[in-house]
Design a protein around this ligand. Sequence first.
Ligand SMILES: Cc1ncc(COP(=O)(O)O)c(C=O)c1O
Length: 495
Amino acid sequence: MTLLREFALYFAQMDRQPYLRLNFGADTSKGRITVEQIVSVIRAQIVGRTAVAGLRLPPVRVLAHQLHVSKNTVQAAYEELKSQGLVESRNRLGLYITPPKAIQKPLSSWKIPFPEFRNIGPLEASARSRRGGINLSSVFIDPDLLPKEKIASCFRSVLTSPGLSFYSDYQGYRPLREKIAERLRKRGISAEADHIVTTIGSQQALDLTFRMLEQPKIATENPAYHLAKVLLEMNDAEMVGLPLDPFTGAPLAKWEELFRKHRPKLVYLTSNFQNPTGYSYTTQEIQQILELSERYGFAILEDDWGSDMMSFSEFRPCMRAIGGPNVLYVNSFTKKVLPSFRLGYLLANENSVETLVNAKRVSAFGMPAVIEATLFEFLDRGYYDSHLKQLHAELDERYRHALDLLRTLMPPEVRWTTPGGGPVLWVEVPERVRLSVIQERLKAKNITLAVKLSAFFGEPHLHGFMLGYAFLKPKELETGLERLAAEIRLELETR
Ligand SMILES: Cc1ncc(COP(=O)(O)O)c(C=O)c1O
């Protein structure tokens, strides 16, 4: 029995069943088709074929249209097939091909091979908020701080404007690319719309870059942004972990040793609020990394997702601004505007842009143009700038609140970083505190704390976690940190 037959059984359980698609071939394409020809073609297609048993013949009007004959001709052919016992009518549902006596194979006994997928291991649970719970590990911003009404207004305006293009621009909606380039230039980055490729979040920008590498030999921070690490694993990349300490920064002498030894082709770094350490590189570190790039011949992919989350960030130079157009630069509006918009971008250069646009075209054709046009409108009306101003003030307030709470609540052995604002910082606890135990205990109280062990290459050199304060309301942060501090104290007292 074939799959078609199985479909017949399957569709037999539905209200409306599909009908058989019949091809009539060249002999019926010329001249007037006779009743006999129709009968003989259908007969030939069903006699002795269990495959089609149980399926419906095309409705008379459908076949009459297909063959360009009168309904009477088809009706007459169907009557003939009926009288030959090849089809039977079922109430008013149509004509069905008479099932033979053959034994029907039950659905459960099919053994169709399933595609063999590679196993990328379980991903860490998403740190989005659980309903009613408190999430101490989110890199997202409190949805109440996002400009949903303004986005909606831009969206409405786009949907009611007559000018939307029928096709997506593979590279990205041109007016949006112009706007992004203009913004980047204000930050001291020389950027042109021609070199910008819009992407589905910065995640797709990473995906396209990693996939298009001739030699996927990549160094990144240890601990790494874990979804980039998995992405690299999916691409069978050879990886080198560059140790990073959120308290002391990048040990560049150690990094140089690793570059000398492993000769990576690309170094992927997050310049602001590295995930998970929350570390932002100093200007001096950036300069030294650029020097190492020249010396050891590696390209740089800069992930700048965090820069717009901090006040006065427009004055902080990034790798692309200092290192010039060969530094591949990634950024995104997702966290700051609306995560579900999924709008990010790559700033490439004239040598690489075509390859990246082609990769994007092959993978997704393009971005949804209405989303791109909405974001353009949002930027063009000046909403993004006014939103960032308010957002920075709010995040600064939450940052100060987080530091106050940590100072008041945490035992003296606990340390944390002071990134100066933004969404996250790093909390380091003494070795004897069992993080997995704390995580479980908090989970029982509906508090999420993500301990990202898989972000490390090998044995972790840090013993702590990222704390997100942009996502939580002040009261939630207070409750979450009180419970967290109580659990840490318990661990310290009992071990
Ligand atoms: C460092 C870093 N880069 C990139 C991303 C991807 O973000 P998006 O695709 O939403 O722009 C994230 C997400 O959290 C991140 O933490």
